[in-house]
Design a protein around this ligand. Structure first.
Ligand SMILES: [Zn+2]
Length: 359
């Protein structure tokens, strides 16, 4: 008996033929099962991966599941599949699929790829357990001419050390299904809010505060473009951080390695404790997609951890809308970002010198 499935094309996916593609499916309950499939074993099939993404406060379930979306289409294509479907990388139980970018391998056939709403992935698991399942998939995605995108930069010039920069940012772009309220309208609002509060103080901070609103995070272009355009300034950036994890409260702050025990770390801890956040003794491993290139070039990064337990319920879906945002929690995030940013700009902390020597 035919059933409709709720799907959405992945970002960067090729379209199907105008008539769509119809084939029997090969269903894999884990991504590793797909990787274990022999070359040619998926010839003419639609590969379906239904591995679940784990709900976690720090969002670690998303990082772990990410290759299923990014690399899965090429892995299925290499094994002969004619199309690829995955269970949405999400933690909800709604019929709104989650999109997101894929990365085709240069050496693999480019096959159409889409995400299934989570209840539809469950349904396919049940049906596949009973016998062969055929799917007809129609994707009409298009790739348009390249167009410019802009990183928007603003500054509060430091009063004493204008050449030393505390860089904070978020990203302006979002996926087309929703409005991008939490990804990443909230992050833009948080860093803007922090800068606005600091700009309203009677005295300028000693160091410069630079706010960067990145223009193309979702396709992974803006961070590299920024790092390249500002190559000469890398050594002047004291620290960089990005707010790109929704609109909920910040529960902990991870500083660059070696800084938690410093005077800076202790002072920050005292300031953010009454706001309901604490200093994490573990150093920040990363600060966000858009500042990764700066980090690679040696810029210390900070990670202000927001509660992400329900972030992936609406992430990259039609449901990423403003009503999901609790102004109280957003205000708390602005307060913690303000505290960190102001303190970094008011102090003379040198995160590079605090870092333990490489062994
Ligand atoms: Zn984002």
């Amino acid at each position: 008996m035919p059933q409709h499935l709720a799907v959405t094309a992945l970002g960067g996916s090729v379209a199907t033929d105008a008539n769509g593609v119809e084939a029997e499916i090969s269903l894999f309950r884990t991504y590793d099962d797909l990787l274990a499939a022999a070359p040619g074993s998926l010839n003419g099939k639609i590969a379906v991966v239904t591995q679940r993404m784990v709900r976690a406060q720090d969002g670690s379930g998303y990082g772990a599941a990410n290759p299923i979306r990014r690399r899965g289409p090429s892995e299925a294509g290499k094994r002969g599949a004619v199309a690829y479907l995955l269970r949405s990388l999400g933690t909800d139980n709604h019929r709104l699929p989650h999109t997101g970018a894929l990365n085709y391998d240069d050496g693999a056939p480019r096959i159409p790829a889409a995400a299934l709403a989570i209840p539809d992935a469950d349904q396919l698991e049940r049906l596949a357990a009973q016998g062969p399942v055929r799917i007809h998939l129609l994707l009409t995605s298009t790739v348009r001419e390249s167009a410019p995108s802009w990183n928007v930069v603003g500054e509060i010039k430091g009063g004493e050390r204008p050449d030393e920069i505390v860089l904070i940012g978020g990203h302006l772009d979002s996926w087309d299904l929703g409005t991008g309220a939490t990804d990443d309208g909230a992050g833009v609002a948080i860093v803007f809010g922090a800068a606005r509060l600091i700009a309203g103080l009677p005295q300028r901070p000693r160091r410069t505060i630079r706010v960067v609103l990145f223009g193309a995070e979702e396709m992974n272009f803006s961070g590299a473009a920024y790092a390249q355009a500002h190559q000469g300034e890398t050594g002047k950036i004291v620290v960089a951080g990005e707010a790109d994890f929704g609109a909920r409260n910040v529960y902990s702050v991870q500083l660059p390695a070696g800084a938690a025990a410093s005077d800076f770390g202790q002072t920050l801890d005292r300031i953010i404790a009454p706001l309901g956040a604490n200093l994490d003794r573990r150093p920040a491993l990363g600060g966000g997609d858009d500042i990764r290139e700066l980090q690679k070039a040696g810029v210390p990064v900070v990670s202000l951890r927001q509660d992400g337990l329900d972030y992936f319920d609406t992430h990259h879906t039609a449901d990423d809308t403003l009503d999901k945002i609790d102004p109280k929690q957003l205000n708390q995030a602005v307060a913690v970002w303000s505290a960190f940013t102001y303190l970094a700009a008011a102090s003379d902390v040198d995160f590079r010198s605090l870092a333990p020597a490489a062994k």
